[in-house]
Design a protein around this ligand. Sequence first.
Ligand code: NAP
Length: 361
Amino acid sequence: MTGNICKIIRNKNNIKDKLKVLVLNKIMISGSRMSSRAMRAVYVRKFGAVDQMKVEENVAVPKLEDKQILIKIYMSGVNPVDTYIREGDFGWSSKPYVPGIDGSGVVEAVGSEVTQFKVGDRVFCSQTVRYGTLAEFTAMDEDHVFPLADSLDFAQGAAIGIPYFTAYKALLLKGRAKKGDRVLVHGASGSVGLAAVQLAKAYGMTVVGTAGTAEGLELVSSQGADAVYNHRDSSYMDKLKKNPETKFDVILEMLSNVNLGHDLELMKPKGRTIIIGCRGPVTINPRDMMGPETEVIGCALFSSTPEEWNLIGERVAEGISSGWVKPVINKIYDLHKAGEAHHDVIHSTGAKGKLVVRVQE
Ligand code: NAP
């Protein structure tokens, strides 16, 4: 039945077919384990610019599988990767789809094999594939759903997934950073950067962070960075390089295409630079790595093994309990402004934490 619905939905100009969709939605919803409500969702039917993101009504609530949890989504976190997927640049060929990888809300229904959650639990989630979080409901595998403590609100819940999981993977699994290390978070004012600053401080490291605006620098300092530099100041790199005492054990790099060549000169012997963000090619001098025997390591959250994913999930959950996970929200958009949020996350005039979309009250 799902295949028929998809074919019919594709023919969006045909009113008769639209009526059939409504009828089929009702059949599908009443045949599944959850409420008979249809939902509102943002749909992308064609890869392209933000105008491809349209709010649609009467979308079928996702059908729940045995190991899945149906979440009533309140907030959806916006990540740069959402825009790469929408533009068709991410090797994702499945259309139409609902954007949104991170989200937060309340458990609406659980599949028969779900063991850790019950209806009514507050949760956050990450890494949805078929159904996104820019929808009133999403169905998510249990191992991509995590408890959301009362200490965090739903906007903060939607800001945990990709940013904190990436920061943990980059700093501790790929970067092998440890207590006492000096860490440079190169691009610290955004979602991943702030998570990395909080994490590194919680684990007893010395943290230097960069940002591109006065407000960004202030925010990075307020999150515990020991020193901050403005990466839009043409002399900041000279200042960093001048003092050999300021070299780093680990560098987390958000814009490798701009900074990687410099990072190679900023590492201590045996240091590691972790490639988190990259928006193009860059020229480097590999010789800078030879004497100090440094490493440049790629990091992609999507490439995590299930074991890595579970470990990171456990550690981030511990971080929520112990209090170091404290997402900073920059702006909340209404659902019909989700396209604006996609625009802003790429064309930022200065990051100050996370952009989040309110899906429903
Ligand atoms: P974000 O919230 O938009 O933050 C972007 C950050 O980059 C801001 O701190 C920004 O600082 C900084 N930046 C801008 N120009 C810079 C420069 N010349 N040098 C250093 N930093 C600069 O994005 P995000 O969610 O933190 O993600 C950051 C990057 O990592 C994105 O490219 C994203 O695609 C990527 N990412 C990768 C993974 C992975 O698995 N590898 C996961 C998540 C994100 P100002 O705005 O203050 O200038």
